[in-house]
Design a protein around this ligand. Structure first.
Ligand code: GSH
Length: 226
């Protein structure tokens, strides 16, 4: 039985298939594929129209979220479907032999900052955006204040770390690709002033360096609604 969900016809079944939307989590996968230079086909999953709940999409992503990757040539030459952007980036980095340091110490530091994004940055920035932008006026200000304070604290952690280095792990890695799209989400939430973004110059410089990369500029366009 094919792994490919029926809604999105596949032109090149031998290539990596990405199912995504250009949200912060979705952009990570598009940027990684462009930076790694691996051939792929991209399919836009319209989460506003609940396409992530198609039964055959749920079969490749039991959590019904974007992004999802199918690699027809996964480990051992066998096809694999992967959910969770961190697992997707780890797989692509290993496959391409790029953006994951081979030095064991730096590899662990890369995983450390990836997990920091997954455990802290994504959930806190996401909840801040929800309360500050989307639930504005529907509740009191407790949610936006609580999560806004945590976003400010996390920006401080990143800023302190980036004061003495260009990238989270000295060289450009998948940890940077995991994290910067979430910093940029503050623009979408119109929330930069609310979290005191101006106080974090090392984060600004890091985001600017990231956005200058041609692979990043191509990657943020992947699965962007027309
Ligand atoms: N931890 C997951 C988060 C994925 C996620 O939350 N995706 C959101 C878009 S940014 C989504 O698919 N939302 C659709 C829904 O909640 O129904 C990852 O990093 O891949």
């Amino acid at each position: 039985m094919s792994l490919f969900p029926a809604r999105w016809p596949v032109q090149h079944p031998d290539r990596i298939q990405l199912y995504s939307l250009a949200t912060p989590n979705g952009q990570k996968a598009g940027i990684m594929l462009e930076e790694a230079g691996l051939p792929y086909e991209a399919h836009l999953v319209n989460i506003m129209e609940n396409h992530q709940f198609d039964a055959d999409y749920a079969a490749i992503n039991p959590n019904s979220k974007i992004p999802t990757l199918i690699d027809p040539d996964g480990p051992g030459g066998q096809p694999i479907a992967l959910m969770e952007s961190g697992a997707i980036l780890l797989h692509l980095a290993r496959k391409a032999g790029r953006l994951l340091p081979t030095d064991p110490r730096k590899e662990l530091q890369t995983l450390q900052w990836m997990l920091f994004q997954v455990g802290h940055v994504g959930p806190m920035f996401g909840q801040f955006g929800h309360f500050y932008k989307f639930a504005k006026g529907k509740t009191d200000t407790y949610g936006e204040e609580r999560y806004g304070k945590e976003v400010t604290r996390l920006l401080g952690v990143l800023d302190g770390h980036l004061a003495s280095r260009e990238w989270l792990v000295d060289e450009f890695t998948i940890a940077d690709i995991m994290t910067v799209p979430w910093i940029n989400a503050l623009d979408f939430y119109d929330g930069k002033d609310a979290v005191g973004y101006g106080d974090f110059p090392h984060v600004h410089a890091w985001v600017a360096r990231f956005m200058e990369r041609p692979g990043v500029q191509r990657g943020v366009q992947v699965c962007r609604p027309g």
